[in-house]
Design a protein around this ligand. Structure first.
Ligand code: NAD
Length: 385
């Protein structure tokens, strides 16, 4: 299939494009390189060096014989989006191209506005382009498990059967997200469901858990194919950050009690989930939701696991939680959709923490220690007086 990967220069978009290309799909990537710009703004960099997109694409052609077309541009530029869809004529689009860090969206008003504008308007431009050029394109859109928050009831896959005053309906599952970033994904989900209902678009919304790991069978074929590995308190996701802190001999920074439970998945499962969703499209008019996670752990359990696997002493520090979130809560998530399509998860218990230690050790001179501690507070972005 012809598959366009939006955000194809990012942590997950690049390995996904490689995986799809390796599986025989004709892949193209689109990116505006905003992510590399946030690095410059925050004074951080991927722990593992990454090449620019042209070098990556050329390296993949050299290694695999497969060509990945690349488009440099912004989803906020509607003319560009229309032009790419007309030129590449995708059968499926995988949409990763959003600002994805909750702390970044909570820095201040400007960053909240940027995040919601970038994410919501970019997706809206894409929806219009699809509806006007080819409504048959299947959109695989990355959402997040953070859209649901931590309700005190079971989390279903996107939809909830509701009985109210003796009547029943199937409603979008109610959302209680924890940041302006997560809210942008909720707004996207509602816009997309509307597009399916009104224009007959076909969409799969993947509510993805927190991803860990840095290597896939394709990225390890050449160092020029490496994907990014973030460790800073703004973009570094929790398990990746703990692994890096352990290797550097820095304390693992658990926010608050560490009782916050989150859904997780291995980067190798992310790319496979996308392939499964692409190859098994939603029906015309269907807004299909999968919870893309394989298991849940509390932040304290993740810290304990990293400490247990690391062959040396590890200190765990409990910092005052910069976020506003429930310290302890119920968390029971349905996630059978992707397994039903054939996903065979890599679980954390029998997986790669040890191999991540080696990746970090090889690059530890690149770390900016000052970036490890949280500076963004959920109530700190308000300028009162
Ligand atoms: P990333 O920031 O590494 O990649 C996103 C890419 O999109 C970047 O390369 C960026 O330059 C590009 N981009 C952003 N705005 C754009 C625009 N307007 N036009 C064109 N390109 C644009 O993020 P990631 O970790 O690869 O995450 C990808 C997606 O998966 C995001 O939507 C994110 O919300 C979702 N997700 C990620 C995780 C995770 O743990 N990494 C968890 C849940 C969901």
């Amino acid at each position: 299939m012809r598959v366009l990967v939006l955000g194809g220069d990012g942590y997950l978009g690049w390995p996904t494009a490689l995986h799809l290309s390796d599986q025989g799909h004709q892949a193209a990537v689109l990116d505006n390189f905003a992510r590399r710009g946030y690095d410059r703004e925050l004074g951080v960099d991927s722990l593992v060096p990454i090449e620019d997109l042209d070098t990556r694409v050329a390296a993949w052609e050299e290694v695999s014989g497969q060509r990945i077309a690349s488009y440099a541009g912004d989803l906020l530029d509607a003319d560009f989006v229309y032009q790419v869809l007309r030129e590449f004529r995708p059968e499926a689009i995988v949409h990763f191209a959003e600002q994805r860090a909750a702390p970044y969206s909570m820095i201040d008003r400007q960053h909240a506005v940027y995040t919601q504008q970038n994410n919501v308007i970019g997706t809206l431009n894409l929806m219009y382009a699809m509806a006007e050029i080819d409504p048959d394109i299947h959109l695989v859109k990355l959402g997040t498990m953070g859209e649901y928050g931590t309700p005190n009831i079971d989390i279903e896959e996107g939809w909830l059967e509701v009985e109210h005053n003796g009547r029943k309906d199937r409603m979008l599952y109610p959302k209680k997200p924890g940041s302006f970033y997560h809210l942008s994904k909720v707004h996207d989900s509602h816009n997309l469901e509307f597009g399916c209902r009104v224009w007959g678009l076909r969409v799969t919304d993947l509510n993805q858990g927190v991803v860990y790991g840095q290597q896939t069978p394709q990225t390890i074929r050449d160092p020029r194919l490496a994907t990014r590995f973030d460790y800073d308190a703004v973009f570094g996701t929790v398990l990746n950050r703990f692994v890096i802190q352990a290797v550097l001999g820095e304390p693992l920074t658990v926010y608050g009690t560490g009782g916050q439970t989150r859904g997780l998945l291995d980067i190798r499962d992310t790319v496979e989930c996308i392939r499964l969703a692409v190859e098994n499209p939603a029906e015309a008019g269907e807004f299909r939701v999968f919870n893309q996670m394989t298991e849940s752990y509390s932040v304290s359990e993740i810290a304990a696991l990293v400490a247990e696997c690391f062959p040396g002493p590890v200190q765990v520090d409990h910092l005052e939680n910069p976020r506003v979130e429930q310290p302890e809560h119920y968390y029971n998530v349905k996630h059978t959709g992707l397994v039903g399509l054939g996903l065979q998860p890599h679980l954390l218990s029998d997986t790669l923490i040890e191999s991540m230690f080696d990746i970090v050790a090889a690059n530890k001179d690149r770390v900016n220690l000052g970036a490890l501690l949280p500076t963004v507070r959920w109530r700190g972005g308000l300028k009162n007086g």
